[in-house]
Design a protein around this ligand. Structure first.
Ligand code: SAH
Ligand code: SF4
Ligand code: F3S
Length: 512
């Protein structure tokens, strides 16, 4: 990314809200070139080296921008977005804003959006519809759209044309520019659009306000270069770039020192961690081998791509300790032909072989997965292959989806030729199998003692505490409130459809 692109921002004559003029000249932060997001640009993977920036700072004159003002962020999509929201909340707080859970009293509302399937986008457009009357009532309210949808040309165009009341659109690579974007939105009568299509950098010292103090997310890499043919993520999140190990280790140590009990390492394809380092041969296995020495009870990672899941990682995970043996390993389909059309770059046999290796190194490992049904040309037999693979692996559970064509992806050029009734029927059949096996697996817990990280009171009953096992099973049990934030032993009394009921047998568990 060159310097000119870095400063790209745009001002489009589209907004008709109240006049907000200022005598201060902030133009030094902006150029008035309008370059919309481009999926074609986003697809290009530059050879230029990843640059690491640790000089994030807020210009002094913007530091009191939020005084007396409140912000509200609504987050859609995956953990990556949840974590980006924590970063944006950190920036808002540094600017002097206060958080609010009530959007009616907010002075700034951000929708941090997800583009993964059409229904994810529909939800956001629905919410924008609800926000319009609020904006009419409160013309000084700022409304922003950020996250993965803002990286899509068609979405930006639709907002420019039909949702004039939106004040700002900014992309996933522009989060650190939030202070300048907000400031421009206050100063300008026009919609502020700042979306970089390509980004190869890692920005290190961004502030964060984490949602909880028990479990924390730590990004280990950004972007995705896998280009599965159905998926929009490589376009919305840019090329794969890894954080330096020392920065990750420092962050995990810091969270451990604050008393966090569980860390989830995040990336769209964490198994490609380190492949972009030019000066270092270092992968996810090496990183996990260092992290396991940190005094924090639980470390997980998500999401794994079977293709890059190597023997070194399996060997390190086999050492156990605080490295949890719950692995989310999206398979997408059980048919090698469909996997080929999806460009997943592994076959059914390769996937099963990998599962075999994982189970050998971690005999108690639990596996979960993602599956898409109704991919173009998927025959009944190919769908049956998915069911048979599911039975063979005996996943603990799965996220299952109906294929949704995403504009700009290779699969969107294939004919979406499976009728909706067939897609729905396949989803239903798959879900019954998922439920059947999940129920069977949960039943096996009855009478056993599990370790539960207690997160708080159960949503449905404040008398009951709730927490998750190492394998991400939700357990409800009666126990003292003092155990919140700790890992306790719970004897499972009864398996329900999705959760376990138990009773506490011991307060604290020493790990390692
Ligand atoms: N990086 C992760 C997946 C992120 S998206 C991985 O590769 O595993 C989460 C899940 O959404 C995917 O695993 C896939 O099952 C599903 N998904 C992605 N694109 C989709 C599409 N166009 N239609 C339906 N489901 C999709
Ligand atoms: Fe999408 Fe595939 Fe990348 Fe996952 S690995 S984010 S499914 S392109
Ligand atoms: Fe959605 Fe973007 Fe995550 S498309 S799933 S929010 S990376």
């Amino acid at each position: 990314m060159n310097e000119k692109q870095r400063l790209e921002t745009s001002q489009v004559q589209a907004k008709d809200s109240s006049d907000k003029k200022s005598d201060k000249d902030y133009s030094k932060y902006f150029e008035t070139v309008y370059i919309p997001p481009s999926l074609k640009e986003a697809k290009k993977r530059g050879k230029e080296e990843v640059k690491y920036h640790s000089d994030f700072g807020i210009p002094e004159e913007l530091l009191s921008m939020g005084n007396g003002r409140k912000f509200y962020i609504r987050t859609y999509g995956c953990q990556m977005n949840e974590h980006d929201t924590e970063v944006m909340a950190g920036i808002f707080i540094q600017l002097g804003y206060e958080p609010t859970d009530n959007r009616d009293e907010a002075d700034v509302i951000l929708l941090n959006t997800c583009a993964i399937r059409e229904n994810a986008e529909d939800k956001v457009f629905g919410e924008l519809g609800h926000l319009k009357p609020l904006k009419m009532e409160k013309p000084d309210l700022l409304i922003g759209v950020c996250g993965c949808m803002s990286q899509e040309e068609s979405v930006v165009n639709r907002i420019l044309q039909k949702h004039h009341f939106v004040d700002m659109i900014f992309g996933t690579h522009n989060i650190h520019r939030l202070p300048q974007i907000l400031n421009e939105a206050y100063m300008s009568k026009e919609m502020v659009v700042e979306v970089w299509s390509k980004e190869g950098d890692v920005i290190e010292n961004l502030p964060k306000v984490r949602k909880g103090s028990i479990k924390g997310w730590v990004n280990i890499m950004y972007g995705c270069d896998k280009f599965c043919t159905y998926c929009i993520v490589p376009y919305t999140r840019g090329k794969e770039r890894s954080r330096r190990p020392e920065d990750i280790i420092r962050e995990v140590r810091h969270l451990a020192s604050l008393g966090y009990q569980e860390i989830t390492l995040l990336g769209q394809n964490v198994n490609a961690y380190g492949k972009d380092f030019e000066d270092l041969t270092y992968g996810l296995g090496d990183l996990m081998d260092e992290l396991r020495k940190i005094d924090i009870p639980r470390i997980r990672f998500t999401t794994s791509h079977p293709r890059d899941f190597d023997d070194r990682l399996i060997e390190v995970l086999g050492k156990g300790g605080n490295l949890l043996d719950h692995i989310h390993l999206p398979v997408q389909s059980g048919s090698s032909e469909i996997l080929k059309l999806m460009a997943r770059k592994y076959s059914r046999e390769h996937y099963l072989e990998l599962v075999g290796k994982i189970k050998e190194a971690m005999p108690n490992a639990s596996l979960t997965t993602d599956i898409i049904v109704g991919f173009p040309n998927e025959t009944d037999e190919q769908f049956e292959d998915t069911l048979s693979l599911y039975r063979e692996v005996e996943f603990d559970s799965a996220y299952t989806f109906i294929y949704s064509p995403r504009e700009g992806t290779p699969a969107a050029k294939m004919e979406d030729n499976i009728p909706m009734e067939v897609k729905k029927e396949r989803l239903q059949r798959l879900n019954s199998l998922v439920n059947e096996i999940s129920a069977k697996k949960l039943k096996e817990y009855e009478g056993k003692v599990v370790e539960v990280l207690v997160e708080g009171e159960s949503k449905n009953n404040p008398e009951v505490l709730a927490g998750y096992t190492e394998k991400s099973k939700l357990v409800n049990f009666k126990g003292p409130k003092s155990s919140i934030g700790k890992i306790v032993k719970v004897k499972v009394i009864k398996a329900k459809t999705w959760t376990l009921d138990g009773e506490m047998v011991e307060e604290t568990v020493e790990v390692n």
